[in-house]
Ligand binder design. Sequence first.
Ligand code: GLU
Length: 422
Amino acid sequence: MPIGDINAYENAMRQFDQAAEILGLTDDQITMVKEPRKITEVILPVRMDDGSVRPFTAYRVIHSRMRGPGKGGVRFHQDVNLDEVKALAFWMTIKSAVVNIPMGGAKGGVIVDPRELSDRELENLSRRYMAEFMDDMGPESDVPAPDVGTNPQVMAWFFDTYAMHKRVWSPAVVTGKPVELGGSLGRPAATALGVLYTVREAMRVQNIDRAGATVAIQGFGNVGSHSARLMHEDGMKIVAIGDASGTYVNPDGIDVPAALNYAEHNRSSLFGFEGIVKVERIERAEDILEMDVDVLVPAALENQITSQNADKVRAKIIAEAANGPTTPNADEFLAANGTFVVPDILCNAGGVTVSYLEWVQNRMGYYWEEERILSELENIMVKAFQEVNDTAQEYDTSMRTAAFLVGISRVNRVATHRGLYA
Ligand code: GLU
């Protein structure tokens, strides 16, 4: 169980309370917006390759359908727990509202290390997940997507299981699918593109020159690796990358194409990378958070920057590509220190934004060119950044609190229009 300042759900609720107080929400308004609406926990029996049946604990939390159907990824990870899924579902509600897409918030998770499963076992687990949660899923009720440990193939199995049970062709039930199955062009790099767009805006308002700006990236999965590629292509200097295997540093700039190629052929891990190109390996994976860089991109899991290490963070901008990487205690410290934090619910919203565009295309049955998707994404992200930045100026708060102010007031306004049924 999480200790100290690292219970993600308590942290999320602290963020909510702070913003609700500034907005002056009443107790009734808080009741309508704050807590999750539906929490489901099931045991999935899964047939393993040796013929045995193994039980996996699985969750789906629908936090809010106030502004649209439940929306959010499904995480396969050994450390998944209910408080984490509740926090992630809450953040999805606010994230959708911050970028103003007509979606609510939800999240799912399974306690499993997917790297320990064969492809067949992973397929059995994925299909069983959809079969168990299907009654609540659908294009107009709850729409899952990829998250840590899941990918387009898992989404394809979700789609097929739903289609077989319901006897319908309904690609909008899940986003992040392979393109051949109605997935959107641009979806795999969408979260990282959103990170790039918001980092560019942050540099603009902070008067930091983009050319040669130094960057450290924690995590080299989907979001971290695409962020490294896009920021490198944009002329920034990636001086450190890292994952659970360690931190890899080169003050002259890491050969990013070589790192991408290496990870692709090494089961997405950077382990052993120092033997391939000129980088120094630092044993402690956490050291990447303390690098003296212009931009730090935490692109791994929650609770990385905490009250234990916030005083050692030296980056000018923190771009939260992961969900919940900074605890509220650390946040207070960073704000007092003048660090410019682009909060997760804004910074990484590019993923759910293109998921929304995928859902729109699925419902039309008409598919756009990549160019159109990327320009819609850029418009949405830049507009959201500006709205949050304006709100931060108006209320004299951090970007995080401002993002909560924008998101919560949007949900609250819809709640007011809708009223309480019966
Ligand atoms: N898992 C991603 C997130 O945390 C994407 C969710 C989605 O596309 O629905 O934002």
